[in-house]
Design a protein around this ligand. Structure first.
Ligand code: 5AD
Ligand code: SF4
Length: 360
């Protein structure tokens, strides 16, 4: 298929090029794409892997995303919010182990109490560990709130678009005031006007999703000119409405392969951004993160939530490392990566070259 080589040698991929690459199913041609992506990564940002400690602060959420295990209407979930000591211990652990950034992720809550608490944590973490870069993933908020959190010391914000196609978006979210595609896009655009390093992403292998949808997602990332991407396979959860569509899903292997292809094509399109090898990859394949890195990713996010709490933060089933404690979890990740020719950068926030180039 000389087509692929021709496409891979292009300077700029259009929609049809991306569809061509994403449609590839045979190992040999997929490997060509991974090789090209690894070559691009090696030349531009090097084979450096940055680590982030992920704190799952609270599984209380006001939303009802149809795919997510901690959606508001799932009454089987034991709801928790980490205590101050648990948060600060996780931060201390992150810092002590040289992970360059701490990510505070939470179910989406609005309201003064939540906003104030996050602001207080950001201030405390920033003053206690000034070198630790603070990343937030706390859902859709107003521009004013994002600015307050930035002023408190946060520097990165992650908010996945989930799907850039409006019709598909409404197939995976209820159609109501809490789940508006227009708001999601507006909030991401708001974030782009701030000084945050901005990350977004999608799930891969959703019911009714096609390679055309995925190609559109990649173009959406390029148009938004984001600094970071986290994307991974959709994994059905039995306590969610989308579980009813499980017989329509791509097999797990295909969802996994398409996720690697998405990473690889994006790395070629946007060589200087940060791309995470998502945890969901590791829930399908024990070598999932490593394969993600070889496909072009450069970020891994070990979970530093106390293990007795994180069992309740189950967005999808078969989440890896759920019953390991933090240090077992970190060691598994560390040992898993170092044999793959990647260099783990400790004590380095790994600011995306893309952001540096645009802002300095
Ligand atoms: N499968 C895979 N990823 C999921 N997420 C939520 N539910 C699932 C699922 N069932 C992802 C969403 C969200 C991120 C925190 O986790 O993309 O933005
Ligand atoms: Fe809440 Fe996020 Fe789950 Fe949606 S994906 S229900 S916003 S935690």
């Amino acid at each position: 298929m000389s087509d692929i080589t021709t496409v891979l040698n292009k300077k700029y991929f259009d929609f049809n090029d991306i569809v061509t690459l994403l449609s590839i199913e045979d190992e040999i041609h997929m490997q060509k794409i991974f090789n090209k992506s690894l070559e691009v990564k090696t030349k531009t940002i090097g084979r450096n892997v940055y680590l982030r400690g992920l704190i799952e602060y609270s599984n209380i959420c006001r939303k009802n995303c149809l795919y997510c295990g901690i959606r508001k209407d799932n009454s089987n979930v034991n709801r928790y919010t980490l205590t101050h000591d648990e948060v600060m211990e996780a931060v201390r652990y992150t810092y002590k182990n040289g992970l360059g950034s701490i990510v505070i992720q939470s179910g989406e809550l609005l309201g003064k109490t939540f906003i104030d608490i996050i602001e207080e944590y950001v201030k405390e973490i920033h003053s206690t560990y000034p070198e630790l870069l603070i990343t937030l993933s706390c859902g859709e908020q107003s521009l004013e709130v994002y600015r307050r959190w930035y002023d408190a010391g946060a520097r990165r914000y992650l908010l996945r678009i989930e799907s850039s196609d409006k019709i598909l978006y409404y197939k995976i979210h209820p159609h109501d005031q809490y789940h508006s595609f227009e708001t999601r896009k507006k909030v991401l655009n708001d974030l782009r006007t701030t000084c945050y390093q901005v990350g977004t992403g999608v799930m891969i292998g959703l019911p009714d999703q096609t390679v055309e949808h995925l190609a559109k997602d990649l173009i959406f990332f390029r148009d938004l000119d984001v600094d970071m991407i986290g994307m991974g396979p959709f994994i059905e959860h039995s306590e969610t409405p989308l579980y009813d569509r499980r017989s329509d899903l791509w097999p797990l292997k295909k969802r996994f392969e398409k996720s690697l292809l998405m990473i690889a094509i994006l790395r070629i399109m946007m060589p200087t951004i940060n791309i995470a090898a998502s945890t969901a990859l590791a829930s399908i394949d024990s070598q999932g993160r490593q394969k993600g890195l070889l496909a072009g990713a450069n970020v891994v996010m070990p979970n530093v939530t106390p293990f007795y709490k994180k069992v309740n933060y189950r967005l999808y089933e078969n989440k890896p490392g759920l019953y390991l404690n933090e240090s077992q979890n970190l060691k598994t990740i560390h040992d898993g990566i170092k044999d793959y020719g990647e260099h783990i950068c400790y004590n380095d926030p790994g600011i995306p070259l893309h952001y540096k180039n645009n802002n300095f």
